[in-house]
Ligand binder design. Structure first.
Ligand SMILES: CSCCC(=O)C(=O)COP(=O)(O)O
Ligand SMILES: [Zn+2]
Length: 202
């Protein structure tokens, strides 16, 4: 992608990710939401209710770093979850939320977390260079009150090492990264690992 202060490039990048994720079945119907933080601190966010496989420039709007809208319209209903992650980690530049069948089913089969251990593909996550470790992915109960859900996520993140993502039960995956490419890699790696976990527990 071009320079990260380029609004058009950010929208193009997220629209392309949406097409790919929809082709995989990871953002069915109007599910999912995506964002990029620009160099100027503004957040480019999908508008609420858009089909993520058919995004055009009109499907996005800008928020300030505190989540206040800078353009007309309604941002994703889950924008607060994105903003909370950007406020926590200044180095992250992209947040992707997907609703794949694997993430949905696995989140319903597990308790408060999913442990991913001894997989070579753990090396797809930034900062991991060996399979000889385990990561704990929290699973939060779903909530239509996004502020309340965000508060539970924040409390957990305050008390644990940073995971590469989290699951919301019966709902989907949130993951993030230092750029859109790294974040896409995290989605793909987690999808692979979720499938392995589901296959192993059949
Ligand atoms: C039809 S999916 C229900 C809402 C949701 O979970 C989601 O990810 C999409 O919400 P948005 O407001 O971002 O379109
Ligand atoms: Zn969702």
């Amino acid at each position: 992608m071009r320079a990260m202060n380029d609004l058009d490039a950010a929208r193009d990048t997220l629209a392309a990710l949406g097409r790919g994720f929809h082709a995989h079945g990871w953002v069915p119907a109007t599910a999912g939401n995506f964002s990029i933080r620009l160099d100027n601190g503004q957040i480019v966010m999908t508008r609420s209710g858009r089909h993520k496989g058919r995004l055009t420039a009109e499907g996005f709007m800008r928020l300030d770093g505190l989540g206040q809208p800078l353009d007309e319209g309604t941002p994703s209903a889950e924008a607060g979850l994105h903003v909370a992650l950007y406020r926590r980690w200044p180095e992250i530049r992209c947040v992707l939320h997907t609703h794949s069948p694997r993430a949905t089913v696995l989140s319903r089969r597990r308790g408060k977390h999913v442990t991913l251990a001894d997989y070579e593909l753990l090396k797809a996550f930034d900062g991991i260079d060996t399979h000889e470790m385990e990561i704990e992915l929290p699973v939060f109960d779903n909530d239509q009150d996004i502020a309340a859900l965000g508060a539970r996520v924040n409390t957990w993140l305050d008390r644990h090492p940073a995971p590469p993502g989290y699951l919301i039960r019966g709902h989907g995956l949130y993951t993030w990264g230092r750029n859109p490419e790294a974040t896409e890699r995290h989605v793909e790696a987690l999808e692979f690992l979720f499938e392995c976990e589901l296959l192993a527990s059949r």
